[in-house]
Design a protein around this ligand. Structure first.
Ligand SMILES: NC(=O)CCC(=O)C(=O)O
Length: 261
């Protein structure tokens, strides 16, 4: 099974949801022209990390994100992994992923599970507490968000349900970009899965973001790695590579859960 994926490495306008919403159609349109099955956006692309203004700018119940992305998915007949957006629900704020199929149906919702203290998420956001699972062309897939990749036990938990692609929207600073690449490669190798990491570029008052959106195959090789400019890049992966990796080295069968907490 081959799956074509567009990585939308976006320059997010800090604290300007209207501006960000107005820009996503051009990425979706280009991905459709390039015959992608799915287009993937970065983390918190509606607001950036303007957390102190969430009361004014977070997407209430994700309604604007869903309205816009469901319409675009239908119009261009393409799946949209809506990266993540700042949402407000029941007077709490979340860092939330939505995945929408090519008919505009919402497939899954995921709230970031591990909040990142260095960028003050703990002071403003509520952590999620559930897994993300969906299918692309019949292939099981999952999502985590940015800092979540530092928790291999969480990605292992998600991979145990036979997931073959792990999506990772991010706002990852340039200063730690070599860790980003290494962590994603490690998560791909240990889970014998493709990993699709989509970072943003540009800057906010506290950070410069490093791009390097990347697709890593189940052996840890880069299928593609972008630079540090805004761009959309489309690649095709062959999911059979996950069967090959798992057939060669039966890591999942060789686990010793009797010894693990
Ligand atoms: N937005 C994030 O979760 C950033 C995570 C990060 O930079 C890290 O080093 O981890």
């Amino acid at each position: 099974m081959k799956i074509t994926i567009s990585l939308a490495q976006m320059n997010i306008s800090y604290g300007e949801p209207a501006e960000n919403f107005s820009r996503i159609e051009s990425f979706v349109a280009q991905a459709a022209v390039e015959h992608a099955d799915i287009v993937v956006f970065p983390e918190m692309w509606n607001t950036g990390y303007n957390l102190s203004r969430l009361m004014d700018i977070a997407d209430v119940n994700g309604l604007q994100t869903l309205h816009v992305c469901q319409a675009l998915a239908k119009k261009y007949h393409i799946m949209i992994h809506a990266g993540s957006v700042a949402t407000k629900r029941d007077n709490q704020f979340f860092n939330t992923t939505y995945v929408i199929d090519e008919k505009g149906q919402l497939l899954t919702t995921y709230d970031k599970v591990h909040l990142f203290g260095l960028m003050h998420e703990n002071d403003f956001l509520t952590a999620g507490g559930h897994k993300d699972q969906f299918e692309i062309k019949g292939t099981p897939a999952t999502s985590v968000i940015c800092y979540d990749i530092r928790f291999p036990e969480w990605l292992r938990t998600l991979s145990l349900s036979d997931s073959r692609i792990i999506f990772v929207p991010a706002e990852w600073p340039t200063s730690r970009i070599s860790q980003w690449r290494k962590l994603l490669a490690a998560r791909a190798i240990e889970n014998q899965s493709f990993v699709v990491g989509v970072n943003c570029v540009g800057a906010d008052p506290d950070n410069h973001f490093g791009g390097n959106s990347i697709v890593v195959d189940p052996l840890g090789n880069n299928v593609v790695c972008l630079g540090h400019d805004e761009e959309l890049k489309t690649v095709t992966i062959d999911i059979n590579a996950t069967d090959k990796a798992r057939g060669l080295m039966p890591v999942f069968a060789d686990r010793r859960p009797d010894l693990y907490e």
